[in-house]
Write a protein that binds this ligand. Structure first.
Ligand SMILES: Nc1ncnc2c1ncn2[C@@H]1O[C@H](COP(=O)(O)OP(=O)(O)OP(=O)(O)O)[C@@H](O)[C@H]1O
Length: 257
């Protein structure tokens, strides 16, 4: 069964300036364990599509199923964790306290919380930093903490909206590597929004190229790269050819190919 199944999904926002077609006729099927990146220029509906999967927006047409359920039922079943662009950690709580908060709200016992916090901190390589406050950590470490928080429910799906966009390239490279390791270890299905072609190509098993006005999918590219990817893979002809294909897809969407 597909983890995410979109068929003819449309979403039109009614604004004071008239309707905005944020998504038009989006068809996509994501299998369990895939790493799917959404790439495209500003305003092509990447965030809107991710938010629709998470039941934070409601499509105005078509059907969208998450784990075979409608997105709202999937949200209630805690089908996914969501990582936002900014880490969004509470400065008055420690890193452990931040990861713990949603677990507290969901009523997990103290013992279970401690076990889960230790496991996810290990996954994002932050063990030993639990007692620190967010402002004592670098930007990259804060974003890792926010990923740990999203992983704490142990949902099968991880939705990430440009999580590394604000970080410098060296930190971003390290986090990309860490995310791939985490994905291989956990087998989760990941939906990842990015503006970066190398990031999309490095991370994904499937690259979804989108285009604006109306927001739509112009190409879906299945990656031929192996799951095990050292950073140096970016220098290989296969990687460069794939990046070229994504760039072509982006150009086509702009109508100036
Ligand atoms: N709540 C809203 N009300 C009205 N229009 C909206 C709303 N949310 C998004 N839009 C519009 O829908 C379109 C798609 O927006 P969306 O944020 O999904 O694009 P995006 O591809 O994620 O862009 P970016 O890369 O800049 O984050 C844009 O034209 C945006 O202005």
């Amino acid at each position: 069964m597909a983890v995410i199944e979109a068929s003819g999904v449309c979403l039109t926002f009614q604004t004071a300036d008239g309707p905005v077609h944020a998504l038009k006729d989006v068809d996509l099927s994501v299998a369990p364990g895939e790493f799917v990146s959404f790439i495209g220029p500003s305003g092509c509906g990447k965030t809107t599509f991710l938010r629709s999967i998470a039941a934070l927006e409601t499509p105005t047409g078509g059907t969208l199923r998450v784990n075979g359920k409608d997105p709202d039922a999937a949200r209630r079943a805690r089908a996914y964790g969501y990582v936002f662009q900014a880490p969004g950690l509470y400065p008055w709580r420690t890193i452990s306290g931040n990861i713990s908060l949603p677990l507290e709200i969901m009523g997990f016992s103290k013992l279970e919380r401690a076990e889960r916090i230790a496991r996810v901190m290990d996954l994002v390589e932050l063990s030993g930093f639990g007692a620190k406050f967010p402002w004592q950590l670098s930007g990259g470490m804060q974003q890792r903490a926010s990923i740990a928080r999203a992983l704490a429910f142990d949902a099968d799906i991880l939705l990430m909206d440009e999580p590394f966009g604000a970080l410098d390239e060296i930190v971003r490279d390290r986090l990309n590597e860490a995310l791939l390791t985490l994905w291989r270890k956990t087998g989760k299905t990941i939906g990842f929004v990015t503006h970066s072609i190398p990031e999309a190509v490095y991370l994904s098993t499937k690259i979804v190229v989108m285009s604006p006005r109306p927001g739509r999918i112009t190409r879906i590219i299945d990656s031929p790269l192996p799951p095990d990817r050292p950073l140096e893979i970016r220098e290989t002809p296969e990687f460069i050819a794939l990046a070229h294909e994504v760039r072509e897809g982006l150009r086509e969407g702009h109508g100036d190919a």
